[in-house]
Design a binder for this molecule. Structure first.
Ligand code: ADP
Length: 309
């Protein structure tokens, strides 16, 4: 149905998921931005308001404006949209703040235009916004935001996205320590080559994780949530990481790792009660070292972005 104005929930997302560096992502449900989109007769994208964070209103400096304009250009659309962004996801937290805006705007525009575009095309437009935020057009956060659930980006060029099954009882616990890690810095410290032995471990785990998700085999998911390549390097930027991970696993998490490029840390658990216990255990470790943080517990959001009443 075409409406002139819609209000959207745009989910936070966890990219990488341990062994799936740069290819896996999942959408959360208990944390996300809200956006309002209005169809107007004046051409282009106008950002009329942003609450919650101090971010640029200029169309070409905001990921929402850039992603929206990429879609307008590709469709040669003659009219335009006004958007309001109500930020709940802090930029630089590692849970896809820019992706929520880039994905939200193109998903909402598609609704208001009568759905001319596929999810695949929407991800391509949203990736243009991601290019502004991080310098590279990556899809690992915008894909789960748009498709919902868990996604695998087999290739970014040409874009090939596979939606992976989300077991019903799979929950995420996320803690966001209030420290700043620039995505560019956490990229810079990574090695550009890996050993064959590390490669074998990583693709063994990634293949098994995907199989575990489809089979809903929680023990296999747990055995596969390992990252021998990125986590040992990046975790040194996150105070208390090793103790937080130990605490999450001791509390019964299936696995635990860095969300995106950090500093947020995620754990996956079977069931909401277990995920709440795990989040408490992780939070306690950060409290011990007196690091302020936010804590979230969420089921995997299989809808992705959706219209709010
Ligand atoms: P995260 O690490 O949480 O995924 P990102 O690194 O993806 O966050 O994005 C944050 C960067 O994108 C910041 O530099 C921020 O100023 C910029 N940015 C531009 N527009 C937006 C927007 N609408 N929402 C969030 N960040 C934005």
């Amino acid at each position: 149905m075409i409406k002139e104005q819609i209000r959207l929930f745009c989910p936070a997302t966890i990219a990488n998921i341990s062994c799936g560096f740069d290819v896996l992502g999942l959408a959360l449900d208990s944390i996300g931005d809200e956006m309002v989109l209005r169809k107007v007769s004046s051409p282009g994208i106008k950002i009329t308001g942003i609450t919650g964070q101090d971010l640029p209103l200029e169309t070409d400096k905001n990921v929402a404006g850039v992603a929206g304009m990429a879609m307008i250009k590709a469709l040669e659309y003659k009219e335009g949209f006004e958007i309001e962004i109500h930020k709940k996801i802090k930029p630089g937290s590692g849970i896809g703040s820019s992706a929520a805006s880039a994905a939200g705007v193109v998903w909402g525009m598609n609704q208001l235009m009568g759905s001319p575009c596929s999810d695949h095309q929407l991800v391509q437009f949203a990736m243009e916004g991601e290019k502004l935020a991080s310098g590279s057009a990556h899809a690992d956060n915008v894909a789960p935001a748009i498709y919902g659930g868990i996604t695998l980006v087999r290739s970014s060029s040409p874009l090939d996205i596979i939606r992976i099954n989300s077991p019903e009882l799979l929950y995420a616990s996320v803690i966001h320590p209030h420290i700043e890690i620039k995505t560019s810095d956490s990229r810079k410290i990574l090695k550009t080559s890996i050993s064959l032995a590390d490669g074998i471990k990583q693709w063994g785990n990634l293949g098994a994780l995907i199989a575990g998700l489809f089979k809903e085999d929680y023990a296999l998911i747990s055995r596969s949530l390992e990252d021998h390549i990125i986590e040992p390097v990046r975790s040194i930027l996150i105070p208390g990481f090793d103790d937080i991970k130990k605490a999450a696993l001791a509390a019964g998490a299936l696995g635990c790792g860095i969300s995106g490029s950090g500093p947020s840390i995620f754990a996956l658990s079977k069931g909401g009660d277990k995920a709440t216990e795990v989040a408490k255990a992780m939070s306690l470790e950060l409290s011990k070292i007196k690091l302020n943080h936010d804590t979230y517990v969420s089921v995997i959001n299989t809808k992705g972005i959706y219209i709010l009443p």
